[in-house]
Design a protein around this ligand. Structure first.
Ligand code: UT7
Length: 324
């Protein structure tokens, strides 16, 4: 059975950077009180990128995908599978993946979206890995992309300061050399209420609540425990010790969650990739953006063992182990 090897990665962040001070000043005009001090102390976030009106998830996804193709040195015509992880698709349908496929001119292969909120990228990566291992695809684009700013309630300071927009992508190719060596996914639908955007469009009207709602403390606790458990499960499955991990690339929601997780797993800070300070929480885009940043600045190198981890609404979680 072939392995799925990562042969390229790319990321794209919309150019508009909003600092905590800028956001706090803007929210003050809406009588919503927050501060740089609170945001940094509680989350580690200093800034986020926000898409301009009219910029959609498929646009961000296409730019990240093109960057990943360029990095891999292959053309779009070689892609026979595109999976986009997103909770903020451009439309009800067609899928964002089909729009990206058309934008890239990669017509012919399979293209579909995966919805697992902030765990979306690890769910999509695991799915693409299964396709490649089964011989059903040779070269796949796996993308996490979000315009999360479009589902934020800017009067809810408990959520609106936490998120940003962006996209990240990897190119996977069938190989005889190890690539993805382990994957573990999990979900607990009974916890759906702690993080949701429980709205819909029905008969031409928005029904329910179209904004993101979160019980922050419940999410915090479940995130740390489920990620720690998933890390142990995927290592056990792959026959790898946690000490053998060169880089941990966890979902970027909150620096305190990342620090708790690192301590629980005994992984030193020097092996943990952090971008939440610069990007905030970009949901399904957070893991591929962090992975790409660490790969491009030379931290993640060929031969390294990398663990990527996602956690989020559903409630969902998952871990993927990759030999670079
Ligand atoms: O991708 C997965 C999705 N999300 C997450 O992983 C997030 C998980 N949760 C968290 O990161 C944290 O729970 C938060 C950052 C959301 C909140 O931190 P916390 O330490 O749990 O704060 P809290 O909700 O207990 O609120 C503490 C205080 C409250 O005031 P009182 O009741 O103590 O007077 C809040 O009203 O902080 C207040 N507060 C704020 N103050 C200033 C909440 N949001 C803000 C804000 N600015 N933006």
């Amino acid at each position: 059975m072939p392995y799925a090897k990562i042969i390229g990665s790319g990321g794209y962040l919309p150019p508009r950077v909003v600092s905590n001070d800028e956001l706090a000043a803007d929210l003050a005009t809406r009588h919503v009180e927050t501060s740089d001090t609170w945001i940094v102390e509680r989350t580690g976030i200093h800034q986020r990128h926000i898409a301009d009106d009219g910029t959609t998830t498929s646009m961000l996804a296409t730019k990240a995908a093109q960057a990943a193709l360029d990095n891999a040195g292959i053309s779009a015509s070689e892609i026979d599978l595109i999976i986009v992880a997103t909770s903020t698709p451009d439309f009800i349908f067609p899928s964002t993946a089909c729009m990206v496929q058309a934008n890239l001119g990669a017509i012919g292969g399979a293209a579909f979206d995966v919805q697992a909120v902030c765990s979306g990228f690890v769910y999509a990566l695991t799915t693409a890995d299964a396709y490649i291992q089964a011989g059903r695809a040779k070269t796949a684009l796996v993308i996490g992309a979000e315009v999360f700013s479009s589902i934020l309630d800017w009067s809810d300071r408990g959520t609106c300061v936490l998120f940003g927009d962006g996209a990240g992508a990897v190119v996977l190719q069938a190989s005889n050399e190890p690539g993805i060596v382990g994957a573990h996914l999990g979900a607990d639908g009974s916890q759906m209420g702690i993080l949701s955007a429980a709205g819909n469009v029905s008969h031409g009207k928005v029904t329910g609540d179209p904004f993101l709602r979160m019980d922050g403390q419940a999410v915090f606790k479940l995130a740390v425990t489920s990620l720690a458990k998933s890390a142990h499960q995927v290592c056990e499955q792959a026959g790898i010790a946690l000490a053998d991990i060169d880089w941990l690339v966890p979902h970027q929601a909150n620096l305190r969650i990342i620090n708790f997780l690192g301590r629980k797993l005994g992984v030193p800070d020097s092996k943990v990739v952090v971008t939440v300070d610069q990007h905030a929480n970009t949901s399904a885009a957070s893991v591929p953006l962090a992975f790409d940043a660490a790969r491009r600045d030379g931290r993640i190198k060929s031969g390294d063992m990398v663990m990527m981890q996602g956690v989020g609404g559903g409630f969902t979680w998952g871990s993927v182990l990759v030999k670079m």
